[in-house]
Ligand binder design. Structure first.
Ligand code: PEP
Ligand code: MG
Length: 325
């Protein structure tokens, strides 16, 4: 089986009816980089920058951050890398960053909320990212965005850092794309204005699922109680894809569901053309999609989701479709 996936590595990820699908990988540390070549990923769809901070016992210095980001870009070569800015707080605590205890850390003082209130940390990181990406393509993504004002504030920090660097003989990135994670349901109800602010969107389905169903993703009693292939959740994901199409903004998904073959199949049926996953999932997902008639699946899935009398799950439809094909 491993052998079979390896033989798929250099084959293009195209569905049986001819739709190319971008399969990227999630990463966060230097040790992940050899997986780029081994998995055949087209790029890094999610680089979790907080991992460098979580494995350190003191705050990584700007130079250490810049060195890591440069090593990642060197390893990726022409393949795109999407750097997510620090996603700390909640369940990702840094021992050296003082935070008050919280009753509901997942809903608490985390990610962009913390980053925008204490912009020193984010500005340092943006500077490191922009320096590492000097002369190259840069893609920066903000986590846990809840309100559009957070995107504007973060973009202003990027402009400010670029301006600052321009005073020092600095070569700016060849291109700069700014994106956001869609992880908080509030964004689902302002998709058009959201898309207008961004170059790309990546759905963090782990957190979106947690907030959509109000289940703590780390609590085994409830985490698998609801279905990520449920009709309401898939309808929400489909709305994001459609809004992206309206605005010419690429929409990807980088949560764990992208790496499960049946849900990856569902995502392609919903219209996703880019997904990012843990490297070992790329082979199995590619094998699945090369056998997939994406247009027939879309027709069947759309019919179910368009039927307003439907609730429950699409899992049976998807399993039947997979069995028939
Ligand atoms: C997600 O929430 O789906 C995601 C990709 O981010 P993380 O798992 O790091 O929260
Ligand atoms: Mg998340």
């Amino acid at each position: 089986r491993q052998q079979r996936y390896r033989s798929l590595r250099d084959q293009p990820a195209v569905t049986r009816d001819g739709t190319p699908i971008g399969l990227q990988m999630n990463a966060g540390l230097l040790v992940d980089l050899p997986q780029l070549a081994e998995s055949g990923a087209e790029g890094i769809g999610l680089f979790r920058t907080e991992l460098q901070f979580m494995v350190a016992s003191t705050m990584p210095r700007t130079g250490d951050q810049e060195r890591l980001y440069r090593a990642v870009l060197d390893a990726a070569g022409e393949r795109p890398v999407t750097f997510r800015t620090l996603d700390v707080g909640g369940d990702k605590l840094l021992p050296y960053l003082r935070q008050s205890p919280e009753d509901n850390p997942a809903l608490g003082y985390r990610a962009m909320r913390l980053a925008l209130d204490r912009p020193g940390l984010l500005r340092t990181q943006l500077r490191a990212l922009l320096k590492a990406a000097s002369g190259r393509a840069a893609r920066i993504m903000f986590p846990m965005v809840t309100d559009l004002s957070e995107i504007r504030a973060a973009r202003a920090l990027i402009s400010r850092e670029l301006e600052h660097l321009s005073r020092f003989n600095y070569v700016p990135p060849r291109s700069l794309e700014v994106g956001a994670m869609l992880e908080v349901p509030s964004l689902l109800f302002q998709l058009d204005p959201l898309m207008a602010e961004l170059d790309f969107v990546s759905i963090g389905s782990n957190d979106l699922f947690q907030f959509f169903f109000a289940v703590d993703r780390g609590n085994a009693h409830v985490a698998t109680r609801y279905d990520d292939l449920s009709v309401p959740f898939l309808r929400a994901l489909r709305e994001v894809v459609r809004a992206g199409e309206r605005h010419g903004v690429s929409v990807s998904l980088c949560g764990e569901m992208a790496g499960r073959s049946l849900s990856a199949m569902a995502l392609i049926g919903l219209g996703f053309r880019n997904i990012s996953m843990a490297p070992p999932s790329i082979g199995p997902v590619k094998a699945m999609l090369m056998a997939l008639e994406a247009s027939s699946l879309s027709a069947e899935l759309d019919a179910l989701l368009d039927d307003v009398s439907q609730a429950g799950t699409a899992r049976t439809l998807l399993e039947d479709f997979a069995a028939r094909h």
